[in-house]
Design a protein around this ligand. Sequence first.
Ligand SMILES: Cc1cc2nc3c(=O)[nH]c(=O)nc-3n(C[C@H](O)[C@H](O)[C@H](O)COP(=O)(O)O)c2cc1C
Length: 392
Amino acid sequence: MATLTTHVLGIDFENPFILASAPPTAKIASIDKAFTLGWGGAVLKTITPDNLEMIEASQRYATWKVGNKVCGFENIELLSHLTIQQWLEGIKYLKQKHPTKVQIASIMAPVIKEEWQNLVRTFNQSEVDAFELNFSCPHGMPEKGIGMAIGTNAEISSMITKWVMEVAQKPVFVKLSPNVTNIAEIARAVENAGANGLSAINTVQSLMGIDLDTFEPMPNVNGKTTFGGYSGISVKPIGLRCVAQIRQNSTLPILGMGGVANWHDAAEYMTVGADVVQVCTEVMINGYAIIESMKKGLLNYLESKNLHSPADLKNRAIANLSSHETLPKATQVYPHIDDETCVKCGKCVTICDESEHSALSLVGGHIMVDRKACVGCSLCSHVCPKSAIKMK
Ligand SMILES: Cc1cc2nc3c(=O)[nH]c(=O)nc-3n(C[C@H](O)[C@H](O)[C@H](O)COP(=O)(O)O)c2cc1C
């Protein structure tokens, strides 16, 4: 019988699905609801010193949709609007009502030792189970020298991590930015500075689009915008790559995130090193209730694979990540066309011809493959409108 219970740094998660620091964790009443619906924990919306000004823009979100489906989400939102006292009371209330749920305090402060250490000392006294240092918000805060301005600089990241570790009495995760050339370098810097774990990824810096009538960018704030943070299902490949690169360079526990929309995405994150998975955008689009199918789906999958718990999935794909030079290149795959599904539209023929190889032709109502010209790139299988081509 499989279980979803997950243990990280002495913290027991009843399941490995927790809410990421964001609007779904910005209000005590909504976190309460999420816990009741089954989420294993929550990283609280980033808490800052009370005197740090937070003036939001409107509107603050923009989306990239295919049909009605939100594939990408951009935000230019700032941090928590609750005071530290409101958080302390809320955390206490939530722990009393939901003692088995994990609460992680996401914190951010100006690059001043006392400011970081005061925040940590304050929440040491609270019921939170751990800290997450937000070194990674890509908008608003970097202009003040914090957020991503910290997480893109190994030296400053390391310095603040040391300040925090001097006083922290609970495990400390550092939340990393994907907006760097080498995320593993920052991971190593904060690990050497004493961090207990890593979280990745925060949002990817972005510009959603431009209205070509008005030349106004999105999200439109009275005609202007600022570069924002991109999230949702379209960032999953970036998040997976970042988590894998961190895992290749560190043995610290990882809270993985970026585009997780279902149990399958979560399981993939675990195979590249995540212990626990965080979710934000999918909840903002479809609500807390997605937790039910995430838990059920992962449990069924573990049982179908005869695995006992999510920990048995951890790192399973890491050994299969290799350099291009060492990829096994001796064999080649070829397209196999399912004649019954193929509608003979000829799209694969055109695309193959126009993208280098000219290996396909439509002869006598069948797609023919010239094996001498085919390099097994797989482009035809991706563009077929009927999914009639499989590479074998
Ligand atoms: C509207 C919005 C607000 C966010 N606010 C925060 C924040 O306050 N602190 C933080 O660490 N990350 C914040 N994030 C980033 C998320 O926690 C998460 O790292 C990112 O969205 C990727 O996960 P996802 O694809 O599941 O959304 C925010 C994301 C969104 C969309």
